[in-house]
Write a protein that binds this ligand. Structure first.
Ligand SMILES: CC(=O)[C@@H](O)[C@H](O)COP(=O)(O)O
Ligand SMILES: NCC(=O)COP(=O)(O)O
Length: 246
């Protein structure tokens, strides 16, 4: 893809961990919705919020407020359960990203096993899409999972960058191959998890990437630099890497 054909990569800011801090004291501060509005003012192209089944950070009421107060696209991350599909169909966010979830995990440890759950996932993808929701599947950069995502009827795949962020050898090559395969199959390609100022460049340089979703690092770094400043710096780094690679 050349500079002429490549649109700027969108930055989705994940605000889950504003809610983590709020929930630590059981009150209302800091407010994740206020953080989302500030993030958009600072240049975020969208907001991502993960409604975990155990509600450990984002809560149902946060999503409802985001849906009404936010002008930017809302990407709801959720597990592939009947409860979550019903909630999403009632809320109708711009996009839903289906992620794997385990109660005991500290964070999302791997991608969704789309190939192994095609029978149960496909009707859920269809139910969300029938409401006009853009459906994304959060997968490992694995050829079988990309292929299954097409079969499941997803419009988007988000490639899990956690193993890359941990420095696992060969992961950038796997991301590159999966992005190429997904794009060639007609899927829009997103990526995220564990991305930071230091490691975002090579992922942003992959020509098929259209959106990066970043949360934990941005919210943590905002303690030192302020949320607007970290969002501006992250966008600068993403666009610099993407331009340099075009
Ligand atoms: C799916 C994903 O990568 C994010 O939603 C991330 O998981 C949010 O943070 P936690 O994993 O800590 O809930
Ligand atoms: N889907 C990935 C995401 O939303 C953010 O992950 P992280 O930056 O909080 O690790």
């Amino acid at each position: 893809m050349t500079t002429a054909t490549r649109p700027p990569i969108r930055l989705g800011v994940n605000i889950d961990h504003v809610a983590t801090v709020r929930n630590a004291r059981g009150g209302t501060h800091p407010d994740p919705v206020a953080a989302a509005l500030l993030a958009v003012q600072a240049g975020a192209d969208g907001i991502t919020a993960h409604l975990r089944e155990d509600r450990r950070h984002i809560r149902d009421a946060d999503l409802k407020r985001l849906r009404t107060e936010l002008s930017a696209p809302l990407n709801m991350e959720m597990a592939a359960t009947d409860e979550m599909v019903a909630l999403a169909c009632a809320l109708v966010p711009h996009a839903c990203c289906i992620v794997p979830e385990r109660r005991e995990e500290v964070t999302t440890e791997g991608g969704l096993d789309v190939a192994g759950q095609l029978e149960s996932l496909t009707p859920r993808v269809r139910a969300l899409a029938s409401k006009g929701i853009r459906v994304s599947l959060f997968i490992d950069p694995d050829p079988a999972q990309v292929e299954a995502s097409v079969t499941a009827g997803a419009q988007v795949v988000e490639l899990h960058t956690g193993a890359y962020a941990e420095g696992r050898v060969g992961e950038l090559d796997r991301l590159r191959a999966a992005a190429t395969q997904a794009h060639a199959a007609g899927l829009e390609v997103h990526a995220g998890h564990g991305l930071t100022f230091e490691n975002v460049g090579p992922v942003a340089a992959l020509p098929e990437i259209r959106e990066l979703n970043i949360g934990h690092f941005l919210i943590g770094q905002a303690i030192f630099d302020g949320l607007p400043s970290v969002i501006e710096e992250m966008k600068r780094r993403i666009h610099q890497a993407s331009r340099a690679a075009s």
